[in-house]
Design a binder for this molecule. Structure first.
Ligand SMILES: [Zn+2]
Length: 303
């Protein structure tokens, strides 16, 4: 049974789903939008997809398409990140959109919990608005709060109060960090209370941080293909996943934005096996980690 902890709803929109959202758009235009070579280009692509999402029905459609795919791939439990920060920034009404995706997730055979994500570079006030809507939905499918986007222009230290508020309201805490910025960005995310780190691969540059993650059992949500596609690592060969594992850091494997990066969870595991020499027992450990470090407890999941 497979589970995944780091996957974005908007990054799971396949080109053919864009065509459903906007039938008049040409295949060539879609292809061009999904093509990029660096992190800035990736953010542009993500933004382009997000701009196609306007109504609760649009969000319901992409949720349905994503969950059908995850079900076919054998995924039984998923924590999906919704860019609530972008929804608020677009000045769309959050409640009907969340109600629509929540409805879709409740009729799916895949068990779904939602992580609401704020955009770092939009600043702490905008992030607080996201934490507030997340807090209202704690007993309605939202399990956690996080930040993503630009680590450099939106440092974690801005969000201490927001994280404290989220925690007080029963939300679990994650943060994208150490993806494009160095280990100090991971330290800053831990400082404000992040319990899991999205990516975190640059921890490899800091032995003290590696020890801290190991000793406190703080997992990294590693997304190998994503890091190659966005240029967060210079090549697949240079990805530190194996070295992080050898350092005893708890790892989970994830797809991040599978439609944008052309990957699946099965493919990420195949890469770990074929390119990084993880044997079957180690792969099993990585698979189990997704359940072990899930924010919903076993009791809540009922598995
Ligand atoms: Zn992500």
């Amino acid at each position: 049974m497979a589970a995944e902890l780091h996957v974005h709803l908007e990054g799971s929109v396949l080109p053919e789903t864009v065509q459903l959202l906007e039938p008049e758009i040409s295949k060539e235009e879609i292809r061009a939008a999904y093509r990029f070579t660096d992190f800035a280009g990736f953010l542009e692509c993500f933004k382009w997809i997000v701009q196609k999402l306007r109504t609760p029905e649009d969000y319901a459609l992409i949720t349905r398409a994503m969950l059908n795919r995850l079900d076919r791939e054998g995924i039984r439990y998923v924590e999906i990140t919704l860019s609530a920060g972008v929804i608020l920034w677009k000045k769309l009404e959050f409640a009907p959109i969340y109600d629509a995706i929540r409805r879709e997730s409740l009729i799916s055979p895949v068990q779904v919990l939602w992580n609401l994500d704020a955009i770092r570079q939009f600043g702490p006030d905008a992030a607080m608005r996201v934490a507030e809507v997340a807090a209202q939905r704690v007993n309605d499918g939202v399990i956690s709060f996080g930040i993503g986007g630009d680590e450099v222009t939106g440092p974690a230290r801005w969000f201490g109060e927001v994280y404290a508020f989220a925690k007080k309201n029963g939300l679990r805490l994650t943060a994208h960090a150490g993806e494009t910025a160095g280990p100090e960005s991971v330290w800053a995310a831990l400082e404000i209370g992040a319990e899991r780190i999205g990516h975190g691969i640059r921890a490899i540059d800091d032995p003290v941080l590696l020890k801290h993650l190991r000793e406190h059992s703080i997992p990294l949500e590693v997304c190998i293909t994503s890091n190659v596609c966005t240029g967060a690592v210079v090549s697949l060969e240079s990805h530190p996943v194996r070295r992080l594992y050898e350092a005893g850091v708890p790892l989970t494997l994830n797809t991040d934005d599978p439609a944008i990066f052309g990957t699946t969870l099965a493919r990420e595991f195949a890469i770990a096996r074929d390119r990084f020499g993880f044997d079957e027992a180690q792969m099993e450990q990585l698979r189990n980690n997704a359940w072990k470090y899930a924010f919903a407890t076993q009791l809540e999941r009922g598995d």
